[in-house]
Ligand binder design. Structure first.
Ligand code: GLC
Ligand code: GLC
Length: 650
């Protein structure tokens, strides 16, 4: 959009830039800055317009963008241009990701390069390396308490090795995803250290208070993220003699985005990693970016404005780079991280589909798809040029963040139902085969979440112990069912590193004082390469899981109906154990796949009455793609085997 006032400001700013910027070839930079400047200026003004140093901060922001553009390498600029032309590239069904810890999956970054064949064997072409930046080892929160945003932890390697890995991945047509921890720093970060030494400039980077008055006021409405291990939202800092806001662990200091200098620093960090070759940046804990008295300090409008600014700025310097929003929030809030009141994504192009993830787990516990159907009906539609990151498990706990109203509409009492789910997954419910652990239990609110590896939650650990072949079968089927759904739902599927070989809970964390109080480590094991080798031995659990997943991934990549263009229709059927949806190729309506998933441990009938209006099953049979078998009609119904998800085509 062209607008006089902001254009005049832009001209002004360009005159004030450092001379070396003016001399550099910046054609694409100026085109993009011109296109985005109205938005950047308006948003920046909305947030910081009343400050005396507004203009200076605006110049500093534009300078940051220009300097990082000058640094961007020719191959990355070329890739930016290609992605600008093919702007829907990431909506393709060809992308299947995996999140892993570089030191737990391989030794280090160098070692990781030698392990790429394993990923490629499975069909993975997007690699999310969990945070690798320098953190104090004893207080790292798994890499999310960063001490130095520009340096890789020496145990993992160097920044050059990240660049080398990015280049290797590019050659293999694989994407690299890196984290940027935007919400907080470690208390050992240089900014925090200087704040502690009394430097006012850096105290303004955080929320720092002399007494309890403000902290108490904030805490009236702020929930606790880690009530069991880090209660409260503020920590007394002895050195500074002040209270500091620490929403997560007490050593993670929340950054104060009311200070524009913080935003500019963070944009600089984002662009730094974009320039090191990351294709996608996962922005951590984005719901928490803006703190406001009287609110929960989550999902505030300003948090969205900050993300829009980050996106607009990234589009000027590194337009090929996408953002993932890690916002594990209520279903009604989560889609807002694509951007509100927009057609195309204007904040993050990708968001964790936490709603779908938690609903899937509800299906596993209840053995039906009632809440799953209900919850999906209310999953907000995403924008164009935006996509979900669908996942079954990640490194964190599983929260039961369903909408209470959906729980009621499914015929359950929200409190009792959540209690049941916690009991089920922690194995306390009679007959439960799950082996999870309660996480973040909060006696004040009764809330709790769940830790545990996918395989242990799905019953594989218990089944292997009891050596019961039927139970082993069921656990394997559950693992495959859940993956089949994240592969067919629409969006990028994100696997978690041990899941394709059925890795169980690991109790090794209990021996490490820095980890033993945080049971999320139970599902962050060292990858077992001996177990992985068993994937090649016919009949092993590893082989049964791995080969089935590999087949699904191969199949998914061939199915244009699985690309993500808002081309999923939920089909309501009269059997509560089934989830049924239809995926249709946007460019050719004859290419479509009916996905039918049975959460029950018994085979279920799907009557065809509800499918006929869609023109399905006209041939009296459909083919299941992964097994190659024909599903035939009998008495106007078809039988869907227990714990199976079918991909059916005419
Ligand atoms: C994100 C991470 C989680 C971490 C938290 C604080 O939610 O996924 O592991 O503890 O942010 O950084
Ligand atoms: C994340 C999520 C929360 C999760 C926590 C750490 O930001 O909001 O669900 O439990 O951080 O695991």
């Amino acid at each position: 959009m062209y607008e006089q006032a902001s254009h005049a400001v832009l001209n002004d700013i360009l005159r004030e830039l450092k001379p070396e910027i003016g001399n550099f070839r910046l054609r694409h930079f100026y085109t993009r800055l011109g296109a985005n400047f109205y938005a950047i200026h308006s948003l920046f003004h909305l947030l910081y317009g009343d400050r005396l140093d507004f203009k200076m901060q605006m110049v500093s922001l534009v300078e940051t963008l220009a300097v990082r553009y000058m640094e961007r390498s020719p191959p990355l600029r070329k890739s930016d241009l290609a992605r600008e032309r093919d702007y829907n590239w990431f909506l393709s069904q060809k992308w299947v990701g995996m999140a892993l810890y570089c030191d737990r999956f391989a030794e280090d970054l160098r070692g990781l390069r030698t392990k790429l064949p394993y990923l490629q064997d499975l069909g993975i072409n997007m690699l999310h390396i969990m945070p690798i930046l320098d953190c104090p080892p004893e207080h790292a929160d798994g890499g999310y308490a960063v001490r130095d945003f520009f340096n890789v932890d020496a145990r993992y390697g160097t920044t050059e090795e990240v660049e080398a890995l990015a280049a290797t991945l590019k050659k293999r047509d694989m994407l690299l995803v890196l984290d940027v921890v935007v919400n907080h720093t470690s208390n050992a970060h240089d900014w925090a250290q200087r704040a502690r030494r009394g430097e006012k400039k850096f105290q303004d980077y955080y929320f720092v208070f002399d007494d309890r008055e403000m902290p108490d006021t904030f805490e009236e409405t702020m929930p606790e993220v880690f009530p069991a291990t880090a209660p409260g939202n503020f920590t007394w800092d002895e050195a500074m003699g002040k209270w500091v806001m620490t929403v997560f662990n007490n050593y993670q200091w929340d950054l104060n985005y009311r200070n524009p200098a913080v935003l500019i620093e963070m944009i600089d960090i984002i662009l730094f990693w974009a320039n090191k070759g990351a294709d996608i940046l996962r922005l951590d804990a984005v719901a928490f970016l803006w703190k406001k008295i009287g609110s929960t300090c989550q999902n505030e409008r300003e948090a969205h404005l900050l993300l829009q600014l980050m996106k607009d700025c990234c589009q000027v310097t590194a337009p090929g780079v996408l953002f993932i929003a890690e916002a594990i929030v209520a279903p009604s809030e989560v889609a807002k991280y694509f951007g509100e009141d927009a057609i195309n994504a204007k904040e993050c192009e990708i968001a964790y589909n936490a709603t779908f993830m938690s609903l899937l787990w509800d299906g596993v516990a209840t053995k039906n798809a009632v809440l799953l159907n209900q919850g999906l009906k209310h999953l907000p539609t995403k924008l164009e040029r935006a996509t979900w990151l669908n996942y079954v498990r990640c490194h964190d706990d599983i929260g039961l963040g369903f909408d209470d109203n959906d729980v009621r509409l499914s015929g359950y009492d929200p409190v009792q139902h959540r209690r049941f789910l916690i009991d089920y997954f922690t194995g306390r419910f009679p007959g439960s085969v799950a082996r999870g652990l309660p996480f973040g239990e909060n006696p004040k609110t009764g809330d709790s979440r769940i830790s545990g590896s996918l395989a242990s939650l799905a019953g594989l650990e218990a089944a292997l112990e009891s050596e019961d072949p039927t139970a082993i079968d069921d656990a394997i089927k559950t693992i495959l069912l859940l993956h089949s759904l994240i592969l067919s739902f629409g969006g990028i599927a994100l696997f978690y590193y041990g899941d394709a070989i059925g890795m169980l809970n690991s109790l090794a964390y209990l021996a490490d004082p820095a980890q033993r109080d945080d049971n999320r480590w139970v599902n962050r094991s060292y990858f077992d390469w001996q177990k992985a080798a068993l994937r090649q031995q016919s009949g092993t659990v590893e082989q049964r899981i791995f080969s089935a997943l590999k087949k699904m991934i191969t199949m998914r990549k061939e199915l244009s109906a699985f690309a993500d263009f808002d081309n999923r229709q939920l089909v309501s059927v009269d059997n509560p154990n089934l989830l049924v949806f239809l995926r249709t190729d946007m460019h050719n309506a004859r290419n479509r796949v009916l996905v039918v998933s049975n959460f029950n441990t018994k085979a279920q009938l799907l009557s065809l009455g509800t499918l006929r209006p869609y023109g399905l099953f006209q041939q009296e049979a459909m083919k299941e793609l992964c097994s190659g078998e024909r599903i035939t009609v009998d008495n106007d119904a078809v039988t869907i085997p227990a714990l199976v998800s079918c991909w059916l085509v005419d």
